[in-house]
Design a protein around this ligand. Structure first.
Ligand code: AHR
Length: 516
């Protein structure tokens, strides 16, 4: 064996040091900087009359052998309650702008059957309508977020829906509601004035939509004790002109929120989006890059909103987001049924960190879509139900709901693939009303672990505990044969020494730390 020369030893040592340096991150976290409340509504979900989200998802055939209330599937309800689902957006999506709410009330046998033109051309029997949706929200303990029809509806139709839902008195719509078995109004608050009005919601220009918004919003009345949080249909991804025109033309006092839709496409190509589970590192990298773009998107939109609304009274409502892949082979292309892998969990964790860090402006977000559609948190197959990796990330992050965001500063190591690179680490933190500090951290690097340290001077804490969602491969997923491959587990990689917190984050991991 050859003897190592001093120069060779020096080289090895310095390489080791620089490799270590790459994976070592010092996070600056000062709890006294915590001011903005992270609205729990950032952790919302979206459910459309699309594929198997409502029908054969939440709302099942009465012959299906699962626990049910009426036809609402209660195993799904229980699972969503565990992650404290704060709100549920309905009935669309594109479906909202073709939905006529009066088709979905009254005796079910008399409700008209129609075609769902947007999604697969299937029969919509209207058995799930206003009362059923609000019953579901009641069971979930979630606030309803209803999107009204601007595209093919009328101002009168929307005004009457609001009266039906929210007026506690004598009026034609309040009386009709009572005839249909509901005495008291539901007092729905989140109210979408159309959906994607630049596309499936009417193909409007932003100028035209801004005028329409004002007409519809004027007659969507605030009934006593039931003020509406009216949300304008916002931009498609990077179309910042839409945001600009709406902010310029709609006074802040007429608009509680402005929405934004952004989907993460693995290939970036709507024609061939890529498989949900069969992909290599190149596509993994691109998906993460496209997912992390949410940060610049929110930053750009916030900057425009700041120009017209420096007090930040208008909320940015990211009411459609998530990974959109090709459908699972053999399934109806109009049903948007896709599997959900470790990659989805990493996109979810990163996106929720972005929202937490922009919680001064982002006050509502709803992931598309809750059950069996797009980046679902729950998948079902007849009586079987599984929780996706994305579900478990929401379970980890629920600790941030209504806690105060703690700004973080750190320099992330790079996740390098060939000549491309991304920030390997992203994180957010909050302090809740009991004084517990939570830090959620994502390591997107598929090979390298990352060691973090943070000096929590000024904070009284005696222990750190944690949970982790991780898997060996980015395309691992939970199947009906192996539904618990990826779940939230206890994380033991964090230590306290004095005031110093350190943790070793495995590759491909989402970690939640609790300090108290
Ligand atoms: O979530 C699926 C569809 O995506 C929604 O219906 C629409 O709003 C968006 O284009």
């Amino acid at each position: 064996m050859k003897k190592a020369t001093p120069f060779f030893l020096f080289l090895c040592l310095s390489m080791n040091v620089s490799l270590k340096a790459q994976n070592q991150v010092a996070i600056d976290l000062n709890t006294s900087n915590a001011k903005t409340v992270i609205s729990k509504h950032i952790y919302g979900h979206f459910s459309e009359h699309l594929g198997r989200c409502i029908y054969d998802g939440f709302w099942v055939d009465s012959t299906l052998h699962v626990p049910k209330k009426d036809r609402i599937r209660l195993d799904i309800v229980d699972a969503l309650k565990k992650i404290k689902i704060p709100n549920l957006r309905w009935p669309g999506g594109c479906f909202a702008d073709e939905y006529h709410w009066r088709d979905g009330i009254g005796p079910r046998t008399k409700r008209p059957k129609m075609v769902n033109t947007n999604w697969g051309g299937v029969v919509e029997d209207n058995s799930f309508g206003t009362h059923e949706f609000l019953e579901l929200c009641g069971l979930l303990g979630a606030e309803p977020y209803i999107a009204g029809n601007v595209g093919s509806g009328t101002v009168e139709e929307m005004a009457k829906w609001v009266e039906y839902l929210n007026f506690d008195g004598i009026s034609p719509m309040a009386n009709l509601r009572k005839e249909n078995g509901r005495d008291k109004p539901w007092k729905v608050s989140f109210w979408g004035v159309g959906n994607e009005s630049w596309g499936c919601g009417g193909n409007m220009t932003p100028e035209y939509y801004a005028d329409q918004y004002k007409r519809y919003a004027t007659y969507a009345r605030n009934y006593p004790g039931a003020p509406l949080k009216k949300i304008a249909s916002g931009a498609n991804a990077f179309d910042t002109n839409w945001t600009e025109v709406l902010m310029k033309n709609i006074p802040a006092y007429e608009m509680w929120g402005l929405s934004l839709h952004y989907y993460t496409l693995p290939t970036g190509d709507w024609g061939k989006k890529g498989s949900a589970t069969k992909f290599g590192e190149e596509q993994y990298f691109n998906t993460m890059k496209n997912g992390l773009a949410m940060d610049s998107l929110v930053t750009l939109n916030s900057a425009i909103m700041d120009k017209y609304d420096p007090k930040k009274s208008v909320a940015l409502v990211v009411d459609e987001w998530g990974v959109w892949t090709d459908v699972e082979p053999g399934t109806n292309p109009g049903f948007l049924y896709q599997q959900n892998s470790m990659r989805d969990a990493l996109v979810a964790g990163s996106t929720l960190n972005i929202f937490n860090n922009h919680s001064d402006r982002v006050r509502v977000a709803t992931l598309a879509q809750t059950v069996n559609v797009l980046q679902a948190v729950i998948l079902t197959e007849k009586e079987k139900m599984l929780l996706t990796p994305t579900y478990h990330v929401f379970d980890l992050y629920k600790v941030h709901m209504d806690a105060k965001a703690i700004p973080l500063q750190f320099k992330s190591p790079k996740y390098v693939l060939g000549d491309k690179q991304l920030a390997a680490l992203n994180a957010s933190a909050s302090i809740d009303s009991t004084g517990a500090v939570h830090i959620t951290i994502v390591n997107i690097d598929p090979k390298k672990k990352i060691n973090i340290t943070t000096n929590l001077k000024g904070l009284k804490w005696s222990k750190v505990t944690g949970r982790i969602v991780t898997s060996e491969k980015f395309n691992d997923y939970n199947s009906f044969d192996n539904p618990n491959k990826i779940i939230a587990k206890v994380f033991t990689g964090a230590k306290k020494s004095g005031n110093m917190l350190s943790a070793e984050l495995p590759p491909l991991s989402v970690v939640e730390l609790e300090l108290n």
